[in-house]
Write a protein that binds this ligand. Structure first.
Ligand code: SF4
Length: 277
């Protein structure tokens, strides 16, 4: 850990914006995500077994880490890691721009993982000086002005900390699902395409799960989740870049909603040679 990072590691980072949360409270009645979504597929038991086997294979390959974005899928995966006592570290990227509700779940996750020493939680944050210089130069709302500035913000707040989180690892576990977007329709359970370039195998244990499967697992195992899911935020990222979705909108319509569909990735899951963010 460098000095810049260690100096901010314990500092509270306030969310940049809270506008989305407040608006939705005023315009939409909060519902229960479990009541709305928990609908298991007919082959849910087989999918669950496949997910567990994928996680066991990841743990056996070691060292591997789970990237927990504090979204519903990732909370399910951490629960599976805990229940099967797998030796897999868990990390969270606290971008400094998360909703207060997401930070509340992070605090809950910290307390939970303290009871599972086989799966310790590490929080990575962006370099404080880089964030301060960017905000001073471009302003807090730079991401709305151009895709280049949005990508620069994602690179600073997400990709640089991600590189630190993955340093020395042989693999990482993500909550990617094929159903999430067209760009993710081909997600493999075990993706080895980045082994030659990065030395990393990506494990996607929920690749074949539906949104109903995810919430069925949450309901039947008491998994903690972000309360924003009850307010029509299916996919939750940074506060300035996430809004609730309306009936009929795509799962990820609330992420970077002002951008063209093709640009909607932050770079965490973009492979070398691909043109996306
Ligand atoms: S999602 Fe938005 S606030 Fe978060 S790092 Fe990317 S541009 Fe910045």
């Amino acid at each position: 850990m460098n000095n810049a990072f260690s100096s901010i590691a314990s500092a509270p980072i306030a969310p940049l914006h809270t506008q989305g949360t407040q608006e939705v409270q005023e315009t939409q009645a909060a519902g229960s995500a479990i009541a709305l979504y928990a609908r298991p597929s007919p082959d849910f038991a087989a999918k669950l077994g496949e997910a567990v086997r994928t996680l066991q294979r990841a743990a056996a390959q070691g060292p591997v880490v789970q990237a927990n974005s504090l979204g519903a899928e990732d909370m399910v995966i951490t629960d599976l890691i805990n229940r099967h006592a797998l030796a897999v570290g868990v990390f969270v990227l606290d971008t400094g721009a998360l909703h207060a509700e997401t930070l509340a779940l992070l605090a809950q996750l910290k307390a939970q993982q303290a009871r599972h020493p086989h799966a310790p939680l590490t929080v990575y944050r962006p370099a404080a000086q880089a964030v301060a210089a960017f905000v001073q130069r471009e302003g807090q709302d730079a991401m709305y002005r151009s895709i280049a500035l949005r990508k620069a913000c994602c690179a600073m707040r997400k990709l640089e900390p991600l590189a630190r989180a993955l340093a020395g690892q042989k693999g990482w576990i993500t909550g990617l699902r094929r159903e999430q977007s067209g760009a993710r329709a081909d997600v493999a359970l075990i993706d080895e395409t980045e082994v030659p370039s990065k030395g990393l195998t990506k494990f996607n244990p929920l690749a074949g799960w539906s949104w109903g499967d995810v919430w069925h697992y949450i309901a039947s195992h008491g998994v903690p989740t972000n309360v924003l899911h009850d307010r029509f935020y299916p996919s939750i990222g940074c506060a300035p870049c996430t809004r609730p979705i309306a009936v009929g909108e795509d799962f990820r319509a609330g992420r970077w909603w002002w951008e063209d569909e093709q640009a909607k990735e932050c770079g965490l899951h973009v492979k070398q040679g691909e043109a996306k963010a």
